[in-house]
Design a protein around this ligand. Structure first.
Ligand code: ATP
Ligand code: MG
Length: 586
């Protein structure tokens, strides 16, 4: 479905937004109270003014002493208007901003709670722009919705007053209003369309920026600056054009409203004038009418302004609620049951597992048994599917076919969160957050002591590097770990996984590939002792490392080509023997 043929959903979206506002009952009551008060005190002066004209034009006998009373009443009205306006403004702002804050929190939580599989198919920039720029739309939404509720109230009261005064004149004055409905609705659709396009382009822009800034080194190395700048200004140019299209449509609403107001004005002035001449109505009646008309024109103006802002915001709200609505679908990417896994006591069993990220099959029937307390290794040529197998064991993706069981229960039967408590994972791409190294490691086990942290860092062979930094363990890792070397990052991430002692299965995806052979071997010797009794699954390119594993799986082209111990594989697997020979690590 293209954006053009989507149904206009302004009302539905604003209702949902209002549901957030309605959580704050006291403020809503305050808003209604202030609005009603305001409407009353805005229409009261009309009656007072009418009396004033009556006195001035000598219609009711010329009792000038009443001027003091009328003046006093008008002054009181003004003061009440000021008071109610203040109350209404505070209530409006509270409801607007609180609702937006609540909604954005919900959206962010909804995104963060999604399974990993969701993120691998999503653009970061799009997520950022939804939370940052589309929120700006929501920020005004409740306020505008309230505007649209209360201005019609004002109009209705004024219209009612005029109808009460003289219904024929009222009919003439407001006859033009229905004429404006169609053209304004048409312009509203134009505004929405342009606003939606601008938002999509903004998401593209955010996405490009995330990539360019996080890949600044590559941008420099390949001298992509000029191309990037040109692309940037093309996108901002397109956003500008969409914003102008939106602004033009919004501006066109003004003359339409003005036309309708004009028709009413002319009708009242001319027809009303003749009515006075014919003696059907009095001068004071007509003058009061004209003032009422001016007030409704002002309100109509405000309503039309709020209307175009609402249309402008609709796509923003659409994008935010789309996020909330998408949560269920995202969770279906990876099945989650309710069972609580116990520490692995028998085995993880992978049976005929097939998998594809998109259309192309990545795994074509993988089977493996990982016994509790054993060390298993996955080796093989690059792109063979080793990382994918680890991701499937961790449950980041669901297998397309076959089954993975944890102590004979399919992993999809377990509650995702509690299942992950059993898994410690050091992924191939080490990810660090821009907090201190100490806190990065502590993510492995919140509540771990500094001594525990140093112990695992020592084990991961990164302690000496860390203490050499100026701020030691308090050194910040920099954006995406930018202030550390690739190998340091890997080993800090390894330390973080080692710290997760509550887990029973440890997945390591080449976390020490940057070390020299000897250091690496020593390190793993110590890690194995530290993790004795735990189940270890290791991916490695260097076969010397996996030599002592209980079972080695040779993964190539998405299948397990052979498995067994090192000694057996050397004899039976040509691929393994070949790898062993190529690495020259006899
Ligand atoms: N997120 C992804 N989306 C689409 N395809 C992917 C994704 N991740 C991996 N692939 C593809 O899946 C296949 C297996 O990748 P995988 O990362 O599992 O290989 P690997 O054996 O770990 O390789 P390496 O030794 O280089 O780390 C590759 O052909 C790769 O192109
Ligand atoms: Mg890999």
């Amino acid at each position: 479905m293209g954006p053009e043929d989507r149904k206009p959903q302004t009302a539905r979206l604003f209702r949902r937004m209002f549901a957030y506002a309605l959580r704050h009952k006291m403020r809503v009551v305050m808003f209604v109270y202030a609005s009603v008060g305001l409407s009353i005190f805005m229409s009261l002066p009309l009656l007072i003014v009418r009396n004033y004209f009556a006195v001035m034009l000598n219609v009711s006998g010329g009792d000038y002493s009443r001027l003091f009373l009328l003046g006093g009443l008008i002054f009181c009205c003004w003061m009440f208007i000021g008071y109610f306006e203040m109350r209404r403004e505070i209530a409006t702002q509270f409801l607007s901003r609180r609702s937006t804050t609540d909604l954005v929190n919900d959206v962010a939580a909804s995104i963060l709670r999604r399974p990993f599989a969701y993120f691998s198919g999503t653009r970061t920039g799009d997520l950022i722009s939804r939370i940052m720029t589309d929120t700006a739309a929501a920020d005004e939404a409740v306020g505008l919705g309230l505007h649209l509720l209360r201005e019609p109230l004002t109009i209705a009261l004024i219209v009612a007053t005029t109808v009460y005064m003289n219904w024929r004149l009222a009919l003439v004055a407001f006859v033009g209003f229905p004429l404006a409905v169609y053209p304004i609705a048409w312009l509203g659709r134009k505004i929405m369309k342009a606003s939606r396009k601008a938002r999509e382009l903004t998401a593209d822009l955010a996405d490009t920026m995330v990539q360019l800034f996080s890949g600044a080194k590559v941008v420099k190395a390949f001298r992509m600056e000029d191309v990037a700048i040109a692309e940037f200004s093309t996108t901002t140019g397109n956003i500008f054009h969409q914003n102008m299209a939106q602004a033009r449509a919004a501006a066109l609403i003004r003359p339409v409203v003005q036309f309708v107001n004009g028709v009413g004005g002319v009708a009242v002035v001319v027809w009303g004038g003749y009515q006075v001449k014919a003696g059907h109505i009095t001068v004071d009646e007509l003058l009061t009418f004209i003032i009422a008309l001016i007030a409704t024109h002002k309100a109509a103006w405000t309503v039309s302004r709020a209307y175009d802002r609402m249309k402008y915001m609709t796509p923003g709200l659409e994008r935010l609620f789309e996020m909330l609505d998408g949560e269920k679908a995202a969770h279906q990417l990876v099945a989650s049951g309710t069972k609580t896994p116990q520490p692995l006591s028998r085995r993880i069993s992978i049976r005929d597992v097939t998998f594809s990220y998109g259309r192309e099959s990545v795994l074509g029937g993988v089977s493996a048994d990982i016994d509790a307390g054993s060390v298993s290794a996955f080796v093989g040529p690059t792109g063979g599917g080793k990382t994918t197998i680890l991701d499937l064991i961790a449950g980041f993706y669901s297998a397309s076919g076959g089954v993975i069981t944890w102590d004979d229960t399919p992993v999809s039967d377990y509650d995702r969160g509690r299942f992950l408590d059993q898994i410690a994972y050091a992924p191939q791409q080490a990810v660090l957050f821009n907090i201190s190294i100490r806190e990065n490691v502590r993510k492995g086990r919140p509540g771990a002591s500094d001594a525990d942290i140093e112990e695992v860092c020592l084990l991961a062979g990164v302690h000496d590097d860390i203490v050499r930094f100026q701020h030691g363990y308090d050194t910040r890792a920099g954006e995406a770990g930018a202030s550390l070397s690739g190998g340091q990052k890997q080993r800090i991430a390894l330390a973080r996984a080692l710290l997760k002692t509550g887990a029973s299965v440890f997945l390591f995806d080449e976390p020490t590939s940057s070390l020299d052979v000897e250091t690496e071997l020593n390190l793993w010797q110590r890690v194995r002792e530290y993790l004795s009794g735990k189940t270890i699954v290791l991916v490695a390119h260097r076969l010397s490392l996996v030599r002592n594993a209980d079972r080695i799986y040779v993964v190539s082209g998405g299948t397990v080509e052979a498995s067994g111990t090192h000694g057996r594989l050397i004899e039976t697997s040509a691929t393994y023997a070949n790898l062993w020979r190529l690495h020259g690590e006899r």
